[in-house]
Design a protein around this ligand. Structure first.
Ligand code: URP
Ligand code: ZN
Ligand code: ZN
Length: 461
């Protein structure tokens, strides 16, 4: 079966031209002018639309057990919402629970995902315990196509590992050809600050932010980068939310180390004033790291422009306000950490980057797709429009004005971080490996269309 996308403006991280894209089955087989297909095959008219590679969100948490509840999007609803937002690949985190081997952890995540995803997917392996005798498991994981490992320097007693384990994981991951992702904070100092706040009766959502000030994130980033330097291993800092942390990353990068990082949509638009919303609504913005000051928002956009931050993910980890966020009324530490976002990322980065700040369309594609494909070992199968690449393609209306709302979004979450925001730009039609899964705003795919994606070498930018 052939599909021809005609007359679109094709944008990749490097190119910008008008042309037609021919797809045979799942793969792009030709790009040119005035291409045609025999009768009976599919022709999609992309006149007036941008034709871009499907978005890649390398940081999501579907159906994650957290804080006594479970994130409200499962793999079916969450990946469908991603598709509506123009994202055709997600990377979730397979979390190693106590006593489980790496392979058991991945088998467990396979059982959750198989037959349920609307789009292609992979996982990072989140290591929560590691003894040197397990070293050979790193190679087995890499051979299985999972080339990224994740560690937490936060959430003591749940996910946090100590600095010795950090060193070991980074070294073993690096030796196996993998890269270590780090949630960088200082979990022990945060525990102490939380105790002090609670003892003083400071229980509202805004104290979540005050218990994790930017300097605490900067400390985590500094430590992670320095340990990676001595372990001689690549490191990737997830959800960088403030300038202080970015400066630590920049220092290591400028010294010539393979130290990379990302930020997330919410940190590019929102600041800590959202915690002052009345009626406990500040809880909607309780995620980790927390929102910080307006000057940090400006610094993060600059970091993206200059390349200190490589891509924009979402850290999509939604919890409903009703019944989930509300668990923390009277104690901010009981508010499940996380927010919705997988559906909004592509459009928000377009609006904030291209429309409001004059970023090029190429840079937008780089930040939302190509950089992640390269960073996480999927390029050129994913992340570009080229002959031989998977036909993950989004037709994007770059002029459409619309209003974001939880009443119209497809994420399984009863609120939106951007409720009522008027933005420009909307994904219209989405193809995943050649199959149309969103057709002019209507979902026409099915659970199980998405496949597990084996990834290769990481950090090759
Ligand atoms: O608040 C967040 N970010 N929840 C998800 C877990 C994590 O730290 O990424
Ligand atoms: Zn995290
Ligand atoms: Zn996360």
């Amino acid at each position: 079966m052939l599909t021809l996308i005609k007359n679109g403006r094709i944008i990749t991280a490097t190119d910008d031209y008008f042309g037609d894209v021919l797809i045979d089955g799942e793969t792009i087989t030709a790009i040119g002018k005035h291409l045609s297909v025999p009768d009976g095959h599919t022709v999609i008219d992309a006149a007036g639309l941008l034709v871009i590679p499907g978005g890649i969100d390398p940081h999501v948490h579907m159906e994650l057990p957290f804080g006594g509840t479970v994130s409200s999007d499962d793999f079916e609803t969450g990946t469908r919402a991603a598709a509506f937002g123009g994202t055709t690949t997600v990377i979730d985190f397979a979390i190693q629970y106590k006593g489980k081997t790496f392979q058991q952890t991945l088998d467990d995540w396979d059982a959750r995902t198989q037959g349920r995803c609307a789009i292609d997917y992979s996982y990072h392996l989140a290591v929560t315990e590691y003894e040197p005798r397990q070293k050979k498991e790193f190679q087995q994981v890499v051979d299985r196509g999972i080339t990224t490992f994740k560690i937490f320097l936060a959430y003591p007693g749940v996910f946090m590992i100590d600095d010795q384990t950090m060193f070991r994981v980074m070294q073993s991951a690096g030796e196996a050809g993998g890269m270590t992702l780090v949630h960088a904070e200082n979990g022990d100092a945060i525990t102490e600050m939380i105790s002090n706040l609670l003892a003083a009766g400071k229980v509202e959502p805004k104290y979540h932010a005050l218990s994790r000030p930017p300097v605490i994130q900067a400390d985590g980033v500094s430590r992670a980068c320095k340990v990676a330097e001595v372990a001689k291993a690549p490191v990737f800092i997830v959800h960088v939310s403030c300038e202080a942390a970015m400066i630590e990353l920049q220092r290591s990068r400028d010294a010539g180390n393979p130290a990379y990082g990302e930020t997330c949509t919410q940190y590019l638009f929102l600041d800590d004033s959202y915690y002052d919303k009345p009626d406990f609504e500040g809880a909607k913005y309780v995620f980790t790291p927390p929102l910080v000051g307006r000057s940090d928002v400006t610094a993060l956009w600059k970091g993206l422009k200059l390349g200190y931050l490589s891509e924009v993910s979402t850290d999509h980890c939604p919890f409903n306000f009703k019944g989930q966020k509300e668990l923390g009324r009277g104690d901010f530490t009981k508010i499940p950490n996380g927010g919705p976002g997988v559906e909004d990322r592509l459009s928000m980065v377009y609006h904030g980057g291209v429309i409001e700040r004059g970023f090029s369309l190429n840079k937008w594609v780089e930040l939302t797709s190509t950089a992640s494909a390269k960073m996480f070992g999927m390029f050129p199968k994913k992340g570009t429009i080229a002959v031989g690449s998977d036909a993950d393609i989004v037709l994007f209306d770059a002029v459409k004005q619309r209003t974001i709302s939880a009443t119209t979004h497809h994420m399984n979450c009863d609120y939106s971080l951007f409720e009522g925001w008027k933005i420009q730009g909307e994904p219209v039609t989405v193809l995943s490996r050649g199959k149309v899964i969103v057709d002019r705003g209507t979902y026409v795919g099915r659970a199980g269309d998405g496949q597990f994606l084996k990834r290769g070498a990481c950090g090759k930018m």
